[in-house]
Design a protein around this ligand. Structure first.
Ligand SMILES: C[S@@+](CC[C@H](N)C(=O)[O-])C[C@H]1O[C@@H](n2cnc3c(N)ncnc32)[C@H](O)[C@@H]1O
Length: 266
């Protein structure tokens, strides 16, 4: 049995920040991933759900999408960031609410949910396999855990590859991994006797969207002690300038995401 205090120690630092720059990035992220997430939720969410919970909801884009597609009686977004939760709560539609909570700490607040949804969250946790097991146990009988996570990010562009080098090494130094989707089949096995379905989908944003997401992220990371000690600042300046050019529509930047979408039914 893991104590509450031990559980809290497994929550990793979220390296992507919660400033207005980080929130602006999540706006583009929401536009890029909305079609694949919507199709996933339409296909696999439990109909007539009473409570749907969005784990690591950020500024609430994934929560609103979840609520819109599933139309449960109530949708609850949970996150650790006070500023993201404040942004999420502005103009929240009826039935949608937000609460501060470290999602690595169980039990989750409220009654047992029929749906637990996590998009782009597990990358940022230290022990994703354990969390899949614990969240599955939190569901109401017949409930579903829907995971929408990165399997791979691929590019043949040098600027894209250099950006990947930065993000992957920073996450690794923090005990996290970008391609967390690759762990999810193991995670599903560890969750015990559940019905598991999964699919891989590719997402191809425009060069400008890729540029925006990457350039805003790099801006957030620049003061991070790991970046400061691991990369030549002039090399980072050149990378930032190329990403800014892509964000402004002045260069192409082709990057393909593969998402693993996994459903565990309790
Ligand atoms: C990449 S964002 C994704 C946000 C949202 N799910 C979406 O798809 O737009 C990851 C979110 O997880 C949150 N987060 C990271 N670790 C967390 C934890 N242990 N407990 C609660 N929230 C966490 C961050 O604050 C951030 O809002």
């Amino acid at each position: 049995m893991v104590s509450h205090t031990e559980q809290q120690r497994t929550a990793a630092e979220y390296k992507f920040g919660d400033s207005t720059t980080a929130a602006a990035r999540l706006m583009t992220v929401a536009q890029v991933f909305a079609p694949s997430s919507r199709a996933f939720l339409q296909r696999y969410a439990v109909p007539a759900a009473s409570l749907a919970v969005d784990l690591g909801c950020g500024p609430g884009h994934s929560t609103r999408l979840l609520h819109d597609v599933v139309q449960p009686k109530r949708t609850l977004g949970l996150d650790r960031s006070a500023s993201f939760l404040a942004a999420a709560s502005v103009g929240a539609p009826p039935g949608v609410s937000f609460r501060p909570h470290d999602v690595t700490v169980t039990p989750l607040p409220g009654e047992r949910p029929d749906i637990l949804y996590a998009r782009l969250l597990l990358t940022h946790l230290k022990d994703p396999v354990r969390m899949v097991r614990e969240w599955t146990a939190e569901l109401a009988p017949g409930g579903r855990l829907l995971l929408d996570e990165v399997e791979s990010v691929e590019t043949s562009d040098e600027v894209g590859k250099n950006y990947q080098k930065v993000v992957e090494s920073m996450l690794l130094a923090n005990g996290q991994r970008l391609d967390v989707g690759r762990l999810l089949t193991t995670a599903a096995d560890a969750a015990g006797p559940t019905d598991v379905r999964q699919q891989l989908v590719t997402v191809q944003p425009s060069s400008q969207q890729v540029g925006l997401m990457f350039s805003l992220n790099l801006r957030v990371w620049r003061p991070d002690p790991f970046l400061v000690s691991s990369f030549d600042p002039r090399w980072l300046d050149r990378l930032q300038a190329e990403l800014d050019r892509a964000a402004a529509g002045l260069r192409s930047l082709v990057v393909t995401w593969t998402m693993r979408q996994l459903v565990l039914t309790r």
